[in-house]
Write a protein that binds this ligand. Structure first.
Ligand code: ADP
Ligand code: MG
Length: 164
């Protein structure tokens, strides 16, 4: 599925619908260049999990943890650069903790990425235009895409458009 947005608030709202659809145990991988909107998307996702307070980029640390309807584990592998094995054991614990794991720059530590995930690739298509491509590895994460698609179809409060 491809969604086009034209403002940060729209990308955030798409994230919010996705967060609202999460039931626990999901892994969401965020690919995209610096400034694409990965953290903006995660801020919306946190709102969809009823996380209070600001969500900031975890770039200078590997993980920030937030308490919401479900726990949100926001990872940024940007600086791991292949040293991922060092945190391997602990990472598995987060995956099985029943929360929602969001991973920015998963390709920096592919050995840590689990088999089942929702991959969101964000690319800039202009100064404020973004294209968000959603791909699921399994039925459980495909259900998130279906829920997101339904939420967007039902809303009149965002101009984010779904391209079939
Ligand atoms: P990343 O985490 O991918 O490095 P950020 O979310 O931190 O990216 O930053 C995205 C930047 O792009 C922000 O400054 C945001 O205001 C800007 N921006 C402009 N248009 C959009 C859009 N449609 N969606 C998301 N961000 C946008
Ligand atoms: Mg970021």
């Amino acid at each position: 599925m491809l969604i086009k947005t034209n403002a940060p608030e729209e990308t955030s709202q798409v994230g919010r619908y996705l967060g609202a659809a999460c039931r626990g145990g999901e892994t969401i991988l965020l690919e995209g260049d610096l400034g694409a909107g990965k953290t903006t998307f995660t801020q919306g996702l946190a709102a969809g999990l009823d996380v209070d307070g600001p969500v900031v980029s975890p770039t200078f640390i590997v993980l920030r943890e937030y308490e919401g309807r479900l726990p949100l584990y926001h990872f940024d592998f940007y600086r791991l650069e292949g040293s991922g094995r060092a945190v391997d054991l602990e990472f598995d614990d987060y995956l099985s903790a029943g929360g929602v794991c969001v991973i920015e720059w998963p390709s920096s530590a592919p050995e840590l990425v689990p088999d089942d995930y929702l991959l969101v690739t964000i690319r800039a298509a202009g100064p404020a235009a973004r294209e968000l491509v959603f791909a699921a590895s399994d039925a459980r994460h495909q259900a998130l895409i279906d829920a997101l698609s339904a939420a967007l179809a039902a809303t009149t409060t965002t101009a984010a458009t779904t391209v079939p």
